[in-house]
Design a protein. Sequence first.
Lengths: 226, 147
Amino acid sequence: MADLGDDLRVYFDRLVDQAAVATGDPRAATRPDRGRRRASRLVVALVVVGALVVVVALVGRAQLAGDRSTPMRDVTPPVVTDVPVPDVPVACGDVLPGTPTLPEGLVGPIPGPAPDNPVPPRNAEQLVVHWTDSVTYVEWRWPSDEDGFPTVPQQPPDPNLGMGMALLGVQGPDGSGRFSQTSYYNSNTLPPGCQTISRRISSDDRAVIESMRLESIRLDVGVATP
Amino acid sequence: MGFETFVHDVRPRLARAFLAAYGVERGQEALAEALAYAWEHYGELRQMENAAGYLYRVGQSRSRARRHAPMLLPAPIDIGLPDVEPGLPRALSALTERQRVCVVLVHAYGWTHQEVADVVGLRRSSVQNHVERGLGRLRAAIGASHG
């Protein structure tokens, strides 16, 4: 077995050396790449906006021409339909609207989703932060993801918190052996569009999640909300 | 601990783990992403007991876009190692991700099962199982390639 161990070490040492060259200084190595990605996204966005402007202009001209050529055409009143209101990003705040009650030993808030959450933020305006001890993560999203709260049974607001709360069951393990559990909160004391908040706990130990889920890990908006 | 000292400590461990898990292409991307994240969030990371384990998961999730890409492990001779078993990359590729990373970290670098468990986010007993099964498959594959 010594030979195989030696071969593995020599082989991976070479790959690690090459990776050190390829990845370089973390303070600089990935920044230009991200900059390029952002720049290319910006170019695509500008092209799309430009194309829309051209289309709108052409449509406007066509309508004007149509109006001139058919001055007596019938005018049909617009049909009112139940068109859903588009999901306009709402910036609810830079910090959570209350103080999360967390177990001892968790570090945070760290901006962004927990590393094991595959769901990206809903949009750039959504506040997403997490706390961790590097094994367990507690992530908060405000407002919650759009497919969250409305789909779960809502409970009447807690008179002490002014919030309704819905606990989902523990999910998992996923492909990486992780368990997760999500809770949703709503409060009519928060501004419209910002009344739902979600909390996701994840860990490699189901028992940890069960205990945290049943403990009073809550967002104390009753105290912190002006 | 300054950032450079932190990176000096954590980088080799992450590099070995990512390369063993994902091969060259995704492994390098995962490493770069994890270290970039470390630079951005060093204030929080320095407070963690197991920052390497946290960064492993960061690299894992941020390189997820490449998860369907084939695992690339070059032939030893192509990276200047003619004396290394030529069937090694193919045999490693046949293992599961967890078996591969556990076998490499334990048998190539002498990590303890607990050290692997901390970084990769597994239980110690799971690491032991992955090492045993992975090693068995690796021996069989390399033995078969010689047979």
